[in-house]
Write a protein that binds this ligand. Structure first.
Ligand code: HMG
Ligand code: MG
Length: 288
């Protein structure tokens, strides 16, 4: 039997949160509905953050209300604080994600809190989610490089990942937020993190700014990582990480993994359809 590698689709959130154009809720719903036919187990579709900080995600409750939920798919939402958690629950998200950083500069720029303050803010979210068995995923951003602080030490990533995992996150997604990682840096970081969190609970979340995301996925596969975040059509970036280009494209990761002999469980034809829709949502290069 082929070895399974899961792709966690983040395009409707990480992708669309960074698109300059105002994207109508109906277009987001249509994209998610198409993705729901591709065979994903998890799709991140919403983000309950301050609309002053990320206006692109303001329609998240409408997106969750408008999509046709497919059986066996969990629809996820980002929640930076209790307010976001309550909004995500009201909108019936199937799982939520908290997001921390391994670097102080990005933590301040992204969520207006130090790393320690952010962990304190997440504690009541994890506590509340535990009571209702709501799965919580944890992100750690800037796992090798920070746009504000420069190089990030692997031990710091391990420390933050360990903290989120001990607090109850079921999986830790490791973000190369600005796409500056190299396979060598990713390997060093993973070796440190694997000491703190079982590799079966880790995911790679690599932006493709420098075109190295696939090489970074290969380095992670070699160390046992079997979950990767990707955005259909290579949508996105992060509004508080200057230079963060799109996440690695889902259809490219799927083709790469399939070529290597892994089973992603995804339908390549539906993925191409979703990728065409995603590309259509982006402005023409001349408007960008
Ligand atoms: P703050 O300004 O320190 O918070 O922001 P505040 O508590 O002072 O609130 C300011 C205003 O926001 C208030 O409204 C609050 O009510 C409102 P006002 O009184 O001024 O009218 N507010 C909210 N509104 C809606 N939903 C909420 C919420 N909370 C407060 N949940 C805060 C702190 C965390 C809210 C802010 O910094 C924020 O929203 N940051 C989110 C930034 C973001 O979404 N970044 C992108 C996601 S992370 C990412 O992309 C990386 C990742 O992909 C992994 C990787 O690539 O590395 C995950
Ligand atoms: Mg990201």
């Amino acid at each position: 039997m082929k070895d399974r590698v899961e792709i966690f689709e983040v395009g409707p959130r990480d992708g669309l949160q960074n698109e300059k154009r105002d994207i109508p809720v109906a277009d987001k719903v249509a994209l998610v509905d198409c993705l729901s036919r591709a065979g994903f187990s998890r799709i991140e579709v919403a983000s309950f953050v301050s609309p002053k900080w990320v206006p692109q995600m303001a329609g998240s409750a409408e997106v969750l209300a408008g999509i046709t939920k497919a059986k066996g798919v969990r629809y996820a939402a980002l929640t930076p604080n209790m307010r976001g958690y309550e909004d995500a629950l009201a909108a019936r998200a199937d799982e939520i994600a908290i997001f921390a950083s391994a670097s102080e500069g990005f933590s301040q720029a992204n969520i207006n809190a130090s790393i320690a303050e952010s962990i304190e803010r997440f504690a009541p979210i994890l506590e509340a989610a535990r009571h209702i068995d709501l799965p919580v995923r944890g992100y750690v951003s800037c796992v090798t490089d920070c746009p504000y602080d420069g190089a990030v030490a692997p031990d710091k990533v391990a420390e933050v990942a360990d903290r989120l995992f001990s607090m109850g996150c079921y999986e830790i997604s490791l973000g190369d937020t600005v796409g500056k990682a190299t396979p060598d840096k990713i390997a060093k970081m993973l070796i440190a993190v694997k000491d703190a969190v079982p590799v079966t609970r880790l995911a790679g979340h690599y932006h493709d700014t420098a075109g190295r995301a696939i090489a970074n996925i290969d380095a992670s596969l070699a160390l046992g990582v079997r979950v990767f975040d990707a955005a259909v059509g290579g949508l996105g970036g992060c509004p508080y990480a200057p230079g963060a280009a799109g996440n690695v494209a889902t259809e490219v990761v799927h083709e790469h993994l399939t070529r290597l002999g892994y089973d992603t469980g995804l339908d390549g034809t539906v993925l191409q359809e979703a990728a065409a829709m995603a590309r259509h949502l982006r402005p023409e290069p001349t408007d960008a």
